[in-house]
Write a protein that binds this ligand. Structure first.
Ligand code: ADP
Ligand code: ADP
Length: 229
């Protein structure tokens, strides 16, 4: 079944000088439940704009974005977002960083259930031993994993990953790619991954959506290809 549907989504930016750049020009995209789709494109192609619109952080100029047939209306806990910059609270431990998000979205659950959920997700990303550390005591890759654990613990229907691995060294990136694959198998969650890394897109995704960049013949369009398995 289709979980997310974009129809005719457009977005332009106006610069200070008044010049208008069309970033998204009529994006149609349906994402199936449980699908892992990668959004691929050069820097400046509009990937962050697209995923930010799905996250509800920006509003498209035109078109509709529906989650299970319902128009999205701002950010919500059904769509968990992980940015390239992981934005952890520096004065809080790994456990508290994740717990803060869990406590805010799972208010209905018992204290024990929430604590268990935090522990489970932190362990899932391989940081069980680092629960009590603060971000300054972690490597970049570890911080990124905390951000992934935090998003998973919110149990969003759709996990949105905006270049979560691009700032990492090759070895750490490969490790986290393995982890994302494992998480996908264990959690069967719908995942949208923004990347400019072709190998990464082909390694992880069921389907790759390519955003054509502004100077290309078909500005701000999207097309998708299935990844053979
Ligand atoms: P990508 O994530 O593929 O690198 P972005 O969505 O970040 O692309 O940006 C697409 C284009 O839109 C770029 O040319 C960028 O400079 C421009 N852009 C993005 N956000 C804004 C903004 N808030 N105001 C003006 N221009 C923007
Ligand atoms: P990416 O790493 O995906 O290429 P950027 O670093 O280009 O993203 O952009 C990061 C953020 O800054 C995005 O949220 C984007 O909307 C915003 N942004 C990008 N370009 C501009 C711009 N020219 N003016 C204002 N905001 C921008």
């Amino acid at each position: 079944a289709t979980i997310l549907s974009l129809k005719g989504v457009t977005k332009s930016y106006r610069s200070k000088t008044g010049a208008v750049s069309h970033v998204l020009d009529g994006i149609d995209l349906d994402v199936e439940e449980g699908e892992f789709i990668a959004i691929l494109g050069f820097s400046g192609a509009g990937k962050t704009t697209l995923i930010s619109a799905v996250a509800g952080l920006i509003e498209p100029d035109n078109g509709t974005i529906e989650l299970r047939g319902k128009a999205i209306d701002g950010p919500d806990k059904d769509r968990g977002l992980v940015f390239q910059s992981y934005s952890l609270f520096p004065w809080l431990t790994v456990e508290k960083n994740v717990a803060l998000a869990v406590d805010s979205v799972h208010k209905d659950r018992s204290k024990e259930d929430r604590a268990a959920l935090v522990r489970q997700k932190v362990q899932l990303v391989g940081l069980g031993h680092a629960m009590d550390r603060k971000p300054a005591q972690l490597s970049g890759g570890m911080r990124q994993r905390v951000a992934v654990a935090r998003a998973l613990a919110m149990e969003p229907e759709i996990l949105l990953l905006d270049e979560p691995l691009s700032a990492l060294d090759a070895l750490t990136r490969a490790k986290l790619q393995d982890e994302i694959e494992r998480i996908r198998k264990e959690e069967k969650r719908t995942i949208i991954l923004v990347t400019n890394d072709v190998d990464e897109a082909l390694l992880l995704a069921d389907r790759v959506a390519v955003l054509t960049p502004a100077p290309a013949a078909r500005i701000g369009k999207i097309f998708t290809v299935d990844v053979p398995r």
